[in-house]
Design a protein around this ligand. Structure first.
Ligand SMILES: Cc1cc2nc3c(=O)[nH]c(=O)nc-3n(C[C@H](O)[C@H](O)[C@H](O)COP(=O)(O)OP(=O)(O)OC[C@H]3O[C@@H](n4cnc5c(N)ncnc54)[C@H](O)[C@@H]3O)c2cc1C
Ligand code: SF4
Length: 519
């Protein structure tokens, strides 16, 4: 294992990455460990295994996007770096858009870089559900520390918060609610609020510019535009991984891929790893494969201030409040490209133009909920490598989200807002006073009244102590296989309460140790 120092970011971080895009040639390799997916989980696993002296091949279906490729236009950005061009959604009791990245670095490329450690009770709940008694906060602290140090995780600097984030803090302060700057893997952040479309400033320590280059320096071979499709196994042992080189953006198969390996680590994300296992006929013995999908659904509202906020400046999500975390709610500042947020403004024609003119005075805040009573499934979709996602949002969980909206409204008024744009069907487009906003608490809303989104997803290959209660054991190894591991957020045994990326990386660091020790 490497010394605990921040990973350097070179001006050309993708040197050594082989982008196979569209190649019709076959790719055949032999290695100790093949890692599928280069997101937070896969990049951590690949780098740690390579530095431990293992011969590693890392496969990524997406392309190596660099800071000079990023564009602010949301349509183009979504089409390049987000699965299904950003149109992916879970269906069930609610229509729930959900985004998963496609690209070297996975979600870290387009996320807000928030790195939050869950409180100890999160892991106590996991243990109650799935018997994972060895997965405690104390046991994970060394892994959290390793990741945090190497990614230079630190609180968002006051100087790059911008008025949008500081207004949230002001509102929380006035209500006596604790709030804090988010800790992020974005040292050197300039507060350009562009995390969602990719950091053009090179300030975000996404995994493609940190862990992946470190893996390459340690000898790992990294291939992009390669889709892993099936684990080839004999009895309880995987022998190889098969797939295809793909042609972006639609992913048509070109050349064939076969990687012989002594161990397989699936880190393709919680929507893709269960599909690979299912199509390989593995991991299904317990009946939990692809089940127990959980999300942190979120709802946003816009606050309108008399003063200019210039919301396009400041760290993307620089402040949050964990005051209600034990009740399942997390309150945050939000930002997304104007092309996305402007679609949420009310009115048509002149009315819409009027709202657009006030854009500089708006600030979006959001609430996400742990939704412990809601569950979903991920299944292969006929003829496609994209998943079919079902999710049943429990009415009490939606009521929890609605409660969060009421608290958000209180924060908006306390921050000096003159109006709130709740963006909910059946509620006035603009609420002009705290008494008007009481409707957010008193009106019984249904999921169909709200525009939700859920980008934190986990649980589809959950960890369990007993083989009958989950897909992988407490070290990420498939219960029914000797050398197949899963490292992504699919292995969470329940909600992380806070944003999942740091927990995912700490667990991947732990899984890498187990894989290395097994060889
Ligand atoms: C807009 C947005 C903002 C977010 N903000 C935050 C935040 O601030 N903090 C936080 O903690 N979390 C955040 N999240 C969630 C966080 O990004 C994810 O939880 C995290 O990326 C999950 O990591 P992962 O390694 O499990 O999977 P992913 O990041 O999804 O990585 C999986 C990788 O595997 C690749 N892959 C998939 N299938 C295959 C295949 N068959 N073959 C080869 N490669 C494959 C994918 O292309 C992808 O690169 C956000 C998510 C989004 C979408
Ligand atoms: S806010 Fe801007 S500078 Fe900071 S990490 Fe995000 S994109 Fe980069």
């Amino acid at each position: 294992m490497s010394a605990l120092i921040p990973l350097p970011v070179s001006p050309r971080p993708h040197v050594g990455v082989k982008d196979m895009a569209g190649s019709g040639a076959a790719l055949r390799e032999r290695c100790d460990v093949v890692v599928v997916g280069s997101g937070p989980a896969g990049a951590v696993a690949a780098k740690e295994l390579a530095e431990a002296g293992r011969d590693v091949v890392l496969l990524e279906e997406g392309r190596p996007w660099g800071r000079h490729d990023f564009v602010l236009d949301p349509g183009e950005a979504l089409q390049r770096t987000v699965r299904e061009g950003g149109t992916r959604a879970a269906r069930g009791s609610a229509w729930l858009p959900t985004m998963q990245a496609i690209g070297l670095g996975g979600g870290s490329l387009i996320n807000s870089a928030i790195c939050a450690r869950p409180p100890a009770w999160v892991f106590d709940r996991w243990a109650q559900r799935c018997g994972t008694r060895s997965v405690t906060l104390d046991a994970l602290v060394p892994h959290f520390e390793r990741v945090e140090t190497q990614l230079e995780v630190q609180p968002t600097d006051e100087r790059v918060q911008g008025e949008r984030n500081l207004r949230f803090k002001r509102g929380c302060d006035a209500l006596g609610l604790a709030s804090e700057p988010t800790w992020r893997n974005a040292s050197g952040c300039l507060g350009s609020a562009e995390c969602f479309t990719g950091c053009r400033n090179g300030a975000k320590r996404s995994l493609d510019v940190t862990y992946v280059p470190a893996a390459i320096r340690a000898g790992a071979r990294v291939y992009c535009s390669v889709r892993a499709e099936r684990v080839v196994a004999e009895g309880r042992r995987a022998r190889a991984l098969r797939g295809h080189i793909v042609r972006p953006p639609l992913g048509e198969p070109c050349g064939e891929v076969e990687i012989e390996a002594r161990a397989v680590v699936l880190a393709a994300g919680c929507m893709a790893s269960p599909i690979i296992l299912a199509r390989s006929g593995l991991g299904g013995r317990s009946g939990w494969l692809g089940r127990d999908l959980q999300f942190h659904p979120g709802l946003a509202m816009m606050a309108l201030f008399p003063e200019r906020i210039d919301p396009w400046t400041g760290a993307t999500q620089g402040y949050h409040s964990l005051s209600y975390l034990d009740q399942g709610l997390k309150l945050e500042v939000l930002w997304a490209p104007p092309g996305v947020l402007a679609a949420r403004l009310p009115g048509i024609g002149h009315d819409y133009q009027h709202e657009l003119r006030r854009y500089a005075h708006l600030a979006p805040f959001d609430v996400i909920a742990a939704c412990e009573r809601s569950r979903g499934t991920v299944r292969p979709r006929g003829g496609s490598w994209d998943p079919e996602i079902r999710f049943e949002l429990h009415p009490q969980d939606f009521a929890l989200l609605q409660r969060g909206l009421g608290i958000l409204a209180d924060i908006c008024w306390a921050a000096g807002a003159e109006a709130i744009l709740p963006g909910l069907h059946g509620i006035p487009e603009m609420l002009r006073s705290p008494s008007e906003a009481e409707i957010l608490r008193t009106r019984r809303l249904r999921p169909a009244d709200a525009i939700m989104a859920a980008n934190h997803a986990f649980g589809t290959t959950r960890m369990s102590r007993e083989p009958g209660q989950g897909v992988v054991d407490e070290l990420g190894r498939c219960h029914d296989m000797d050398n197949v591991y899963v490292a992504d957020t699919g292995i969470f045994s329940g909600s992380s309460a806070v944003n999942p990326m740091l927990t995912c990386m700490a667990l991947a660091d732990r899984v890498a140790g187990a894989v290395g020790a097994s060889l």
